[in-house]
Every structure is written in C-alpha cells, then in structure tokens.
Design a protein around this ligand. Structure first.
Ligand SMILES: Nc1ncnc2c1ncn2[C@@H]1O[C@H](COP(=O)(O)OP(=O)(O)O)[C@@H](O)[C@H]1O
Ligand SMILES: [Mg+2]
Length: 404
C-alpha cells in the first residue's frame, strides 16, 4: 500500500474497473465527473463533481491533493484533460499535441495523409453553407467533390453522436445541422462513404514498443445512424489482410505521435485498400479495454495504464489467445414492463460481463447514438464460434417484456 492518490478522470459505469485497478495497486482513487451521481463515485475513495473537460479545475484538485498520477480510459472526452493536467503537474501522460491528434478527426485525416496512408475524399466544413458545396463534383467551391453516399460527422465528438450515412441530397442539410450540434470546435467532416468491412484494432504502446492485442470485426445498425451492434474478436479476415492492418496500425501510431498508453483504432477494409476511420490514445469503450482484452490476451491493460501513469514498470506479456464477442443489446421500441433472466444469462459459462442500460418504465427507441443502446454483453471462449454461441444463448435467456 502506498496510500498515494491517483486521479481518475470520469466516474461513469465503464470507469469503475479503472477506479478498482487504482485501488488494487495500493493507491487511493480520487474520481471526478460532472454528474454528481456518477455510478463510480461511491467506488472511489474520494469524488469531486468536476466536468471531465475542465482541465483547470482538475489540475487544481490534483495539485491540492498531491496526486501520484492521473489516468483515464474508454472515452475521448477526458484525453485533452489528461494531457493538460499531466503537463501542468509534470506527470506521465500524452502530450497536448498527441491528445489533439487523437481526438480531432480532421487532424487525424491530415496526419494519415502525411504518413502516406490513403484517405477517403473528405472536406472539413465550418458552416452548413460551406458543407452544401462540397458534395458536387462540378461546384466551383468543391474542388473534386465528396459525392454521395457520404458520411457526415462532427470533427471532435464520439459514440456516433451526429454521425450519419447519407444517400439522398435532401437529407444532407438536417444531417449537417445535427453534426454541428455535437461539434465542440464548430467544424464537421463530410467524407466519402467507405464501402467495406470495419475493424477495430486494440492495443497499447509502452517503452517504445507498440503491441497489437486484438482486432475485431464490427457490425452496425442500418443507416442513417451508424451504431455498432456486434464486435467479433478476432476479426475473421485472411492473414494477408491482418498483416496489412497491423502495418497500418503501426504507421498510424507513429503518424499520430502516440508515445504511450492504450490505443483504440477503427479502420475500414475496402477493395481499394484499408482506410482510417479514427484512432484514439485510450482503451476501447464498452468494456473493450477492461474486459475483452484481458480475457482474450491475459494482459491487464488498466494495470499497465495505472503503472505507467505512476512511473512504475509495466511489462506487456500475452499469456492467452482466446476469442471474444462484444454484443450490444437492442430491443423493439416501446415502454419496458419487465426485465428477466439477467442473473441466469450472466451465470452462463463464458459470459464475461452483462449489463442492462434499461430498466422497467424506460421508453425504448431506435438508438441514434451509442449511449442509447439497451445493454452490453461480453462472451469469451477458445474459438470465435463458441464465443458467438455463448453470446447467443445468453441473449436468448433475457426476457424483455414491453407494456401492451
Ligand atoms: N467515411 C466513412 N465511411 C463509412 N463509414 C464510416 C465513415 N466514417 C465513419 N463511419 C462509420 O461511422 C462510425 C462512427 O464514426 P466515427 O468516425 O468512428 O465517429 P465516433 O467518434 O462518433 O465513433 C464508424 O465506426 C464507422 O462505422
Ligand atoms: Mg468511432
């Protein structure tokens, strides 16, 4: 036990494993979150209702307590704060530049191009008027045009907020307006639609070495809103494609200036090549870094994260090679009357984690962003086929009844 404090940025449900890791390693956890009722607040040894984007108040708190380190995971929102406080208090963490490179999608496109990787046709727009002009090939302001279908998204948001796949011209303006609502810096991206297979690439970088720990194949809801519904680890892709993914991942880590920490990348494999969607200097969300990676590889990413942040050794050594399914639960629209079978489904051998985000009385609607999914289920087995079967039977045990 050191009894020293480590500051955890964010105290939501998916930050609880990080708070517990801090404590398990002998530190006391001080967590911050704008929401005074954040689920992880009571797990932490101390909680302060500070917005995770408020780096000045976070730095003040860290200085006052005399923290030994600062950590965050599974969300982009906290990364700029992590960088600013780490710099201010002279603690390990990403640089401000790396934080910007890995949370701003316009900057990511620019740097991917500089690293010699291909980008889809794209434009960065500062207003709806500007965005209107970037679709057409022949428009004087378009210089090439993005064309249709296209993907419209904020440059600096996450969890599919304001991200839409647009096929028809008449849907463009509402999509632009929606995307602007979620952009903190007031810019949006209009991108050529990449028609292919999406993969996530999970890993980390420590002591100058980049590790690729898992690659998943990701499936989505139908357009316009693109919400992930299932991730299969490992992605069932040919070896040659996996090698190319690995190669691009390493080049992106360098190109974006990621020096240390967990890494979550999203790529789309098309017939023309492999393209970056986004890459973050943090662990993958919805339990990817806290549950999926450790269960598949034996590597405790959160422990490595806390050890790095507090200046301790943190070797990364794979001891397992298993498969995993991360499935999001979605139900028909309506008002929830009852939820049954959660305990039974959780007790199935191979179910690593199950959480329902809904409760009786909630009104269900088709999600327009990741945070509106209805639950999350993680299964692990020796093969992907087995992990899929386990996820299937767990999902079948759940009985969500809607009011008539
Ligand atoms: N240019 C594109 N072509 C095809 N699909 C895309 C494109 N950009 C984004 N997407 C899809 O939309 C999802 C969300 O977009 P992303 O850029 O990752 O935003 P967020 O930060 O909200 O996750 C991606 O996971 C991917 O499935
Ligand atoms: Mg994404």
């Amino acid at each position: 036990m050191t009894g020293e404090w480590v500051l955890v940025i964010g105290a939501g449900y998916w930050q609880i494993p990080l708070i517990k890791t801090v404590q398990r390693l002998g530190y006391r956890a001080v967590a911050i979150d704008r929401n005074p009722d954040a689920e992880g607040g009571s797990t932490a040894d101390r909680f302060e209702p500070i917005d995770i984007t408020d780096s000045d108040s976070t730095a003040r708190l860290g200085r006052e307590i005399g923290i030994a380190g600062i950590v965050s995971d599974q969300t982009d929102m906290s990364v700029p704060t992590l960088a600013a406080v780490a710099e201010d208090l002279n603690l390990p963490g990403p640089s401000m530049e790396t934080a910007h490179n890995t949370t701003n999608k316009a900057r990511m496109r620019e740097l991917a191009g500089k690293a010699g990787l291909s980008n889809p046709r794209y434009r960065v727009c500062g207003s709806v008027g500007e965005a209107k002009n970037v679709i057409d090939e022949d428009h004087p302001d378009a210089s090439g045009g993005v064309g249709l279908p296209c993907v419209v998204k904020p440059t600096d948001s996450q969890a599919s907020r304001g991200v839409q796949l647009i096929h028809r011209r008449k849907d463009l303006i509402p999509a632009f307006e929606e995307a602007f609502k979620f952009s903190r810096e007031g810019r949006i991206l209009v991108e050529e639609f990449l028609d292919g297979t999406e993969v996530t690439v999970e890993g980390c970088r420590y002591a100058g070495e980049t590790h690729l720990l898992g690659t998943s194949l990701k499936r989505h809801t139908p357009p316009p809103h693109i919400i992930a519904i299932n991730l299969d680890f490992p992605a069932p892709l040919p070896d040659i494609t996996m090698r190319e993914i690995h190669n691009i991942y390493i080049r992106l880590v360098d190109g974006l200036g990621i020096e240390a920490g967990s890494i979550h990348g999203e790529l789309i494999v098309t017939d023309e090549g492999i393209y970056l969607v986004e890459m973050a200097n943090r662990g993958g969300g919805s339990g990817t870094s806290s549950h999926c990676i450790p269960a598949m590889s034996g590597i405790d990413l959160l422990e490595a994260n806390v050890n790095y942040a507090t200046g301790r050794e943190h070797p990364v050594k794979r001891t397992l090679n298993r498969a995993c399914v991360l499935r999001f639960l979605l139900y028909e629209p309506g008002i929830v009357e009852s939820i049954e079978g959660v305990e039974e489904a959780t007790s199935i051998d191979g179910v690593e984690h199950l959480v329902m985000y809904i409760k009786p009385g909630d009104e269900l609607a088709p999600p327009v962003m990741d945070t509106q999914r209805h639950g999350c289920l993680i299964s692990v087995a020796d093969t992907l086929e087995e992990a899929q079967k386990i996820a299937e039977s767990a999902e079948n045990r759940l009985n969500i009844r809607l009011c008539k």
